[in-house]
Design a protein around this ligand. Structure first.
Ligand code: SF4
Length: 254
C-alpha cells in the first residue's frame, strides 16, 4: 500500500501594513480615497453621534476625569463632575475634594491622582488663559497647540482633536484606532514610533480632508468606531469588513 503524500499547508504569512509590502507578495490593492473610506463606514455604522463635549476646557476635563474605562462610564464620571462641581476652572479650583473624588472614583482606578490632575488643569487654565480657552483655540494654531499641550494627557493628537472639534480647525485628528485603520488600509506605512506614524498618515490625508468641520469630526468618530469594532488591534474581522477590497493589510493576509 502506497503512503499518501502529506497535505502541504501554506506557511502563515506575517500581515503587511503597507501597499508596497502587499504588492511584494503579489497582491494588489485598490487604493481607497479618504472620502470612500468615510462614506463606507457611514454606511456601515450610520451617522455618528455628536461629540459629548465641544468646549475646549470641558474636552480636557473629559480626557482626565476617567482612565481606561468605557465611553459610557467616562460620561457618567463627567456628569457627576458637572453636577457636583461644575466644569469651569474656577469651580474646580474651589471645589471640595469629596466632590471631585466622587467623579474621579466613577472614572476608574487611582482616583486621587485624577483629583490632583483636575486641580492642576484648573490652575493651568486660570494662569495660562485667564480661565477661558475659547479665544486660545481660535487663535494661531501653533500657539494654540503649544498651550493645549501643557495640560495633562494632551499630546499632539489630543490637541488637534480639541482644535478640530471646538474651533473647526482644518485638520482630521486621529486617535489610535483611527490611525490603525488608515495604516492598514495603506494610507501610510507604520514608522518607528507612534508620532512618526501619525505625521505620515496626516501628510497622506492632508489633500483629502472633508471641507466641512462637522464632516471631519464625524470622520474621526467613524474611524475610531471601526478600529474598536472590526479593525481591532489583534485579529481584525476582515471578512466582515466592507473596506476589505481596498485594504493593504487584508491583501497581505489572503
Ligand atoms: S478590518 Fe481588515 S479589511 Fe477592514 S480595514 Fe481593518 S484590516 Fe482592512
Amino acid at each position: 500500500m502506497t503512503a499518501r503524500p502529506r497535505k502541504q499547508t501554506a506557511p502563515r504569512r506575517k500581515p503587511t501594513t503597507s501597499p508596497r509590502q502587499a504588492s511584494a507578495l503579489g497582491k494588489t490593492t485598490a487604493p481607497l480615497t479618504l472620502a470612500q473610506v468615510v462614506s463606507t463606514l457611514r454606511g456601515l455604522y450610520g451617522a455618528p453621534a455628536a461629540p459629548p463635549v465641544t468646549d475646549p476646557f470641558e474636552m480636557i476635563l473629559w480626557e482626565n476625569v476617567a482612565y481606561l474605562v468605557s465611553d459610557a462610564q467616562r460620561a457618567e464620571a463627567f456628569e457627576i463632575l458637572r453636577r457636583r462641581v461644575g466644569t469651569t476652572p474656577q469651580a474646580i479650583r474651589t471645589a471640595k475634594t469629596a466632590d471631585l473624588l466622587a467623579a474621579a472614583e466613577r472614572g476608574g482606578m487611582r482616583p486621587m491622582d485624577r483629583v490632583a490632575r483636575l486641580r492642576t488643569i484648573a490652575d493651568l487654565a486660570i494662569e495660562e488663559c485667564d480661565g477661558d480657552l475659547r479665544d486660545i483655540v481660535r487663535g494661531p494654531m501653533a500657539e494654540a497647540k503649544r498651550t493645549l499641550r501643557k495640560f495633562p494627557s494632551v499630546g499632539e493628537p489630543s490637541a488637534e482633536k480639541i482644535l478640530m472639534t471646538s474651533a473647526g480647525a482644518p485638520m482630521l485628528a486621529l486617535e489610535s484606532n483611527g490611525l490603525r485603520v488608515l495604516v492598514r488600509l495603506g494610507f501610510a506605512a507604520e514608522k518607528k514610533n507612534y508620532a512618526a506614524t501619525y505625521r505620515a498618515v496626516q501628510e497622506a490625508i492632508a489633500a483629502q480632508l472633508p471641507s466641512r468641520a462637522p464632516d471631519r469630526v464625524a470622520a474621526h468618530a467613524l474611524l475610531r468606531q471601526h478600529g474598536q469594532t472590526l479593525c481591532k488591534t489583534s485579529r481584525p474581522a476582515c471578512p466582515a469588513c466592507p473596506l476589505a477590497g481596498g485594504c493593504a493589510y487584508r491583501a497581505g493576509t489572503l
